[in-house]
Design a protein around this ligand. Structure first.
Ligand code: ARG
Length: 393
């Protein structure tokens, strides 16, 4: 019997996929990846076994997710189309990498996932797997099976005794991990409709947030957040703590129309209290310590990095090369940023660093000024020289 390793979430699609793959003659091994979605993995494992998986792997990927995926994205300043911090996109190459590893360990010839044919995630899973092992067969049941609607899937589940709790299924499609939460479908599919309050989980309604601002000091070492208000935290605890503080103050809600890789535009809501605070603070610290040309170069690199991540090209040489460039820029990104969180807003109100390039003596308009203004005239004459004396047409 051919073996397949299925990336299993415990939901209706991947539960039906277990039986569907069995019907097609496969021995199904379920792989449950813990990327910080905070679910009952014991119960999900039980469900996989009850549905017919011959074996289940539950793998805690949280540490690796933070170290090798989230922190590099933080250092890169990666944000897709200026709005999306890439929480879901970052988790996919990690899950795919372990899926391929398990396939090798289990001597499976195929892997499977529960993504639809309209999204980005299918691309991220499959591109990663194909780079790591092009010989593995890839099966995407949801893309090819006969069910035309959720109802048909539910009928199939009932007929096949698949234990799924779909009665109170929320109308939204939600993806959660340590770095954030992505919400789509239901009423959100109308881009004119304001997201209802019920979709949020990490963030309080800014209207209900405290009436006094919350100040925090976030400290970075070589581009990585290390301390909150002078207290050291492991990176995953920083995320957890900032999610709490930011969420309390309604920080980190994003409502986006984004361009998917498969060519369509989609409406997505994101909740990223920690990611938003870290992104804003990190960028601010870079403004203080990086010289102008590095800063401008890095802006272009950030965008390239975000696009690569979004497009599923994480396991590529160019991504590695960009990591090396980014690492070099982060050597001096050490210091503290003071932030004021208030009713959904996250404002920088102070910054300092031992590597600061800001010189008060040069910038001041006061008596301490050391800037020699007599240099300016000659500088401007030479600066404009290439453009003088031509004919305007
Ligand atoms: N649009 C985001 C991306 O492509 C999130 C995808 C998953 N979203 C979801 N609600 N299930 O990375």
């Amino acid at each position: 019997m051919k073996k397949v390793v299925l990336a299993y979430s415990g939901g209706l699609d991947t539960s039906c996929a277990i039986k569907w793959l069995q019907d097609k003659g496969y021995d199904v091994i379920a792989f449950i990846a813990d990327v910080g979605q905070g679910e009952d993995f014991g119960a999900i494992k039980e469900r996989a076994l009850k549905t017919g998986a011959s074996k289940v792997h539950v793998v805690d990927l949280k540490k690796e997710f933070v170290q090798d995926y989230i922190l590099p994205a933080v250092k890169a300043g990666a944000i897709y189309e200026g709005k999306y911090l890439l929480a879901t996109a970052l988790s996919r190459p990690l899950i795919a990498k372990h899926q391929v590893r398990i396939a090798h360990e289990e001597k499976a010839t195929a892997i499977a996932h529960g993504c639809t044919g309209k999204g980005n995630d299918q691309v991220r899973f499959e591109v990663t797997a194909q780079i790591l092992d092009p010989k593995l067969e890839i099966i995407a049941p949801v893309r090819i099976w006969e069910f035309k609607s959720r109802e048909q899937e539910i009928d199939y589940a009932a007929k096949k005794n698949i234990p799924v709790s779909v009665t109170k299924k929320s109308p939204y499609s939600i993806d959660i991990n340590l770095y954030g939460r992505s919400i789509e479908c239901g009423v959100l599919e109308d881009p004119w409709t304001e997201p209802p309050e019920e979709i949020y989980y990490f963030t309080k309604d800014p209207l209900a947030a405290p009436n006094t601002p919350k100040y925090i000091e976030l400290e970075f070492e070589k581009g990585i957040p290390t301390k909150i208000d002078g207290k050291s935290y492991a990176p995953s605890n920083i995320l957890e703590t900032l999610n709490k503080i930011g969420g309390e103050n309604g920080v980190g809600r994003v409502d986006a129309i984004e361009n998917r890789l498969v060519g369509i535009k989609s409406r997505e809501i994101y909740e990223n209290p920690a990611g938003t605070i870290i992104y804003i603070a990190h960028k601010e610290l870079e403004s203080l310590v990086l010289d102008r040309e590095t800063l401008h170069e890095k802006e272009a690199i950030s965008q390239k990095y975000a696009n690569l991540t979004y497009y599923g090209l994480w396991e590529t040489p160019v991504k590695k090369q960009l990591d090396a460039y980014i690492e070099e820029t982060q050597k001096t990104v050490t210091g503290v940023v003071r932030l004021k969180l208030f009713k959904g807003n996250c404002a920088v109100v102070g910054r300092k660093s031992p590597y600061s390039r800001y010189s008060e003596k040069l910038a001041t308009y006061g008596a301490k000024d050391t800037f020699d203004q007599s240099y300016a005239e000659g500088f401007i004459r030479l600066w404009s020289m290439p453009f003088q004396g031509g004919k305007n047409v």
